[in-house]
Design a protein around this ligand. Structure first.
Ligand SMILES: Nc1ncnc2c1ncn2[C@@H]1O[C@H](COP(=O)(O)OP(=O)(O)OP(=O)(O)O)[C@@H](O)[C@H]1O
Ligand SMILES: [Mg+2]
Length: 459
C-alpha cells in the first residue's frame, strides 16, 4: 500500500465510485466526499497529498471551494474536474491555483499520470520548504573534527572513547557539565562521527526562547494554527530528519513542553500545531545541561520519566580545574587560533602566568580560558602574554578560594576564620600597630587584644 492519501470530492455517485475504486486499485488510500460540507470534515482530519475536486457540487461552487482549500493547504495539488472541456473553466481553475483540470469523461490512465506527477511535485515542494528552513540553521554551523578538540587529560581521553562508542548508537545522549566545559563541542563531535553525519545538525537553546515559541519551533505549525500563523512552517523535529537535534539547556525547558517532548520520544511521531497529520521522526537526540537534573527533579521542575528517556547514554564533562592537563594544550591551541585571527605573533605565556593558570579555578571553564587568551592577544604589544594580559592576579584567585572555604564551614567556624583573616590583614597593613589595626577593623583596641589572644595570632 502506498502511503499517499487522496481525496475525491464528487457528488455523482457513479463517477465518484469509478474514480475511488480505480485509485484504490492503483494502491492509494482514498477518501471520498459528495459535498463541500463532508469534504471539509475530512480535510480537517487529515492532510491529503492530492485532491480531486468537481466543478459543481450540491452545496457549493467548486471554484470557490478551491480557493478555500488553497488558502488552508497552499501546497496540496488540487485537480479540478469539469463536466465538459471548457477553456474558460480551465483557465479560471488554473488562476485560482488548481494543479490541473480534467474534463469528463475522465481518461483514467491520464488521471493516474497526473496524480503521480502531482505527488512527486508536492513532495518536492515540501522538501524545498524544509531546505529553506534548514539553511537558516545551517548558517551557524561549523565543520568540526577531532583535531580541533583538545583532550590531553585522562578524563577527556576517556570521554573521547565514550564519544566514539556512543556515536555509533542511535539512542539519546545526555551531556552534563558546568558552563563552558565543551558540551556543544562534544554534541557536534558525536553527530560528526555517527551514522547521521550527512544529515543536518539542528540546535536550539531551550533557555533562550519563550515557552509558546519553543513549542512552535520544535513542532512547527500549519497556516492558521494560531493568530499570526500566516503560513505553515516545519518544526525542528522535521528539520532534523536524518540528522541530529541538539536540545541545549534542556534543564530550562518548561514542564508543559517536557511532557510533549516525552510523547515524541515514546511514540517516535509528532504533529505540527494545527495539523492532524502524524509525522514520523527519524533523528538523533542529544540534550545538554549545566544544571543538576536530579535536583530539578526533586524540586518538581524536571520530569523524572523524561530524564530516564534522555539519560540512556550519559557524558559528564568535568570542570577544567579537575583536568589540569588540558589547560596548557588548550592555551597553546587558543594562542594559535587568535594569532591567526588577529594577525599576531604571540609566542606563549610568561612563567608566572603559567603558574597562575594552573592554580586558577576557572569558574567559566574552557570558554573563560579562551576569552582570557583572546583578550590578552588583543591587548598585548609583546610576544609573551603575562598574567596581567590574562586578567589574572594571585590574590583574585586566593580570595575566591577563601570565600569558597568560608561558605562550606559551619557558621561559628566561618566567623572565626573570617575574623582571623581580617585581623591578620589589618595587622599587616598597620605594620603591627594595634591601635591602627583596631581602627581599620572598626573595633576597640581592647576587643582587638582580646581576639588576638583568643586566636593566638602573631606570637
Ligand atoms: N576540548 C576542547 N578543545 C577545544 N576547544 C574547546 C574544548 N572544549 C570547549 N572548547 C571551546 O570552549 C568554548 C565553550 O565550549 P562549549 O560552547 O561547547 O561549552 P558549553 O559546555 O556548551 O557551555 P555553556 O554551558 O555555556 O553552553 C567554545 O568556544 C569551544 O570551542
Ligand atoms: Mg552550550
Amino acid at each position: 500500500m502506498k502511503r499517499e492519501y487522496l481525496l475525491v470530492i464528487e457528488d455523482e455517485k457513479n463517477q465518484r465510485e469509478i474514480l475511488t475504486d480505480f485509485l484504490k486499485k492503483k494502491g492509494f488510500s482514498v477518501d471520498s466526499a459528495d459535498s463541500v460540507v463532508s469534504a471539509k470534515k475530512l480535510l480537517s482530519k487529515r492532510d491529503y497529498q492530492v485532491i480531486l475536486l468537481d466543478w459543481k457540487l450540491p452545496d457549493g461552487d467548486g471554484l470557490e471551494f478551491l480557493s478555500e482549500i488553497k488558502e488552508k493547504h497552499p501546497l496540496t495539488p488540487v485537480i479540478m474536474i469539469t463536466a465538459f472541456a471548457n477553456v474558460e473553466h480551465a483557465v479560471l481553475s488554473m488562476k485560482k491555483g488548481a494543479y490541473y483540470y480534467l474534463a469528463k469523461p475522465i481518461n483514467l490512465e491520464e488521471l493516474l499520470l497526473l496524480v503521480e506527477r502531482a505527488i512527486k511535485e508536492f513532495n518536492l515542494t515540501r522538501e524545498v520548504e524544509l531546505l529553506k528552513e534548514k539553511v537558516k540553521y545551517f548558517s551557524s554551523q561549523f565543520k568540526i573534527s577531532e583535531e580541533g578538540i583538545i583532550a590531553e587529560s585522562p578524563a577527556m581521553k576517556k570521554i573521547f572513547s565514550l564519544v566514539n562508542k556512543f556515536a555509533e548508537a542511535s539512542a539519546p545522549v545526555l551531556i552534563t557539565g558546568e558552563s563552558g566545559t565543551g558540551k556543544e563541542v562534544i554534541a557536534r563531535l558525536i553527530h560528526h562521527l555517527g551514522p547521521t553525519k550527512e544529515g543536518p545538525f539542528i540546535q536550539i537553546n531551550c533557555a533562550a526562547i519563550p515557552e509558546t515559541l519553543l513549542e512552535s519551533e520544535l513542532f512547527g505549525y500549519e497556516k492558521g494554527a494560531f493568530t499570526g500563523a500566516t503560513h505553515s512552517k516545519p518544526g525542528l523535529f522535521e528539520l532534523a530528519e536524518g540528522g541530529t537535534l541538539f536540545l541545549d539547556e534542556i534543564g530550562e525547558m518548561p514542564l508543559s513542553i517536557q511532557a510533549k517532548l516525552l510523547k515524541v520520544l515514546q511514540d517516535g511521531t509528532f504533529r505540527r500545531l494545527g495539523s492532524l497529520k502524524e509525522i514520523k521522526g527519524h533523528f538523533r537526540l542529544i540534550a545538554a545541561t549545566n544544571r543538576n537534573l536530579s535536583q530539578l527533579i526533586e524540586k518538581g521542575a524536571f520530569r523524572e520519566d523524561l530524564f530516564w528517556r534522555l539519560n540512556v547514554l550519559n557524558i559528564h564533562l568535568p570542570p577544567l580545574r579537575e583536568r589540569k592537563e588540558d589547560i596548557l594544550p588548550l592555551t597553546e591551541y587558543f594562542i594559535k587560533k587568535f594569532n591567526t585571527k588577529y594577525n599576531k605573533k604571540i609566542q606563549g605565556l610568561s612563567l608566572s602566568a603559567i603558574n597562575l593558570l594552573l592554580k586558577y579555578k576557572f569558574p567559566g571553564n574552557v570558554r573563560e580560558l579562551e576569552n582570557r587568551i583572546e583578550r590578552g592577544i588583543i591587548l598585548t604589544e609583546e610576544e609573551i602574554l603575562t598574567e596581567e594580559d590574562l586578567g589574572l592576579t594571585e590574590s583574585s584567585d586566593r580570595k575566591d578560594e577563601f570565600l569558597e572555604n568560608l561558605l562550606s564551614l559551619p557558621l561559628e567556624r566561618a566567623v572565626e576564620n573570617l575574623e582571623k583573616y581580617r585581623i591578620k590583614q589589618a595587622l599587616q597593613l598597620s605594620r603591627g600597630v594595634k591601635s591602627k589595626a583596631a581602627e581599620l577593623l572598626g573595633i576597640t583596641e581592647r576587643m582587638l587584644r582580646y581576639k588576638i589572644e583568643k586566636y593566638q595570632i602573631g606570637g
